[in-house]
Structures are given as structure tokens and as C-alpha cells.
Write a protein that binds this ligand. Structure first.
Ligand SMILES: Cc1cc2nc3c(=O)[nH]c(=O)nc-3n(C[C@H](O)[C@H](O)[C@H](O)COP(=O)(O)O)c2cc1C
Length: 159
């Protein structure tokens, strides 16, 4: 069984989660950062996990673009979907459902929000301002859920 974890990240949190997840998956696992723009043949994989971070309510553009453009191939795969974000309330489910095309949401064997991170030094001036004003945060915070990644991996390993 071959698994591809494909992700879009701005400051590295989604990549960090992809690496934690990869360690928990059985079989051969490959990682692909959508920024790399290397040749990629997703028909070679049995399972495809797509991850992306949320900014102002939306998943990163390269992730939504990838999901839309590859819907046909993804229909034949075991699919897992995850997001990274700092919201913790009922907004999370909406963010997750809005992040991927409906067909993928419906066919996904696992979907989850793994939590997120605010790393102040990685943010640009505007991001710092927004985070300070909206989230009232001016120091680093990490709430990546190892438990959620673990449960997600267990589900993906069963299919
Ligand atoms: C300007 C800005 C806007 C954000 N907007 C949201 C949001 O709407 N919802 C959310 O859950 N998290 C939001 N976040 C938190 C990010 O999703 C979080 O920092 C995530 O870990 C980033 O992942 P990445 O490093 O892989 O890009 C925002 C962060 C910044 C800096």
C-alpha cells in the first residue's frame, strides 16, 4: 500500500503535521509540498491524504486548486483530508467542510482538523497585526493535537 500526503503550508505547521502523520502510517508513505511543483503522478498511490492551512476562513489556494483539478483521479483513491487552523469552536467543522469539494468531503474515509500554531517570528507585519487584534495573541502558541493525528492515522491504516 502506497500513501501520498500532499499539503499546502505557509509557515510550516501543515508540513509538521504531515510528518507526524507519516510516522504513524503503515506501508510506504511519500510527502509532497504543493509549492514544489515537481512532477507528480497520483495514480501511483492507493491512498491520498490532502492537508492545508486556513487563513481568514479559507484553505490555502494551492490546496483547493489541487483538489478541484484532480477530483477525477481522487474518486478512485482512499482519501483523507485535514486542515490546520487555530479556531477551536463550532467554526472548525464549517472550515473543514468548506475547504474541500463536496465530492471529496463525502468520500473521505478520514477528515479532521489537527489544530494549529501561531509562531510570531514567521509572520509578516500584517499577519502579526491581525493575530494581535483578532486572536489577541502576541506570543507563540501551539495546539497541534497528537491525539487527533493518531486517530486519523488509525482510520487510514484500516482501509
Ligand atoms: C493572518 C492569519 C489568519 C488566520 N486565519 C485563520 C482562520 O480563519 N481560521 C483558523 O482556524 N486559523 C486561522 N489562522 C491560523 C493558521 O491557520 C495557523 O497559524 C496554522 O497553523 C498555519 O498553518 P501553516 O503554517 O501550515 O500555514 C490564521 C493565521 C494568520 C496568521
Amino acid at each position: 500500500m502506497k500513501t501520498l500526503i500532499i499539503y499546502g503550508t505557509k509557515h510550516g505547521c501543515t508540513e509538521k503535521c504531515a510528518k507526524i502523520l507519516a510516522e504513524k502510517l503503515t506501508g510506504k508513505v511519500e510527502l509532497y509540498n504543493l509549492k514544489e511543483k515537481k512532477n507528480l503522478d497520483i495514480t501511483l498511490y492507493d491512498k491520498v491524504i490532502i492537508g492545508g492551512s486556513i487563513y481568514i476562513g479559507k484553505i490555502r489556494k494551492e490546496v483547493s486548486q489541487f483538489s478541484m483539478e484532480n477530483l477525477n483521479v481522487l474518486k478512485d483513491k482512499k482519501v483523507g483530508l485535514y486542515i490546520c487552523g487555530m479556531h477551536e469552536d463550532e467554526v472548525v467543522e464549517k472550515q473543514l467542510n468548506d475547504a474541500f469539494p463536496q465530492e471529496l468531503i463525502e468520500k473521505a474515509v478520514a477528515k479532521e482538523s489537527f489544530g494549529g500554531e501561531f509562531i510570531i517570528k514567521k509572520m509578516n507585519f500584517l499577519e502579526r497585526l491581525i493575530v494581535k487584534k483578532v486572536a489577541k495573541i502576541d506570543k507563540d502558541v501551539s495546539n497541534i493535537s497528537d491525539e487527533k493525528i493518531d486517530n486519523f492515522a488509525k482510520v487510514m491504516n484500516r482501509v
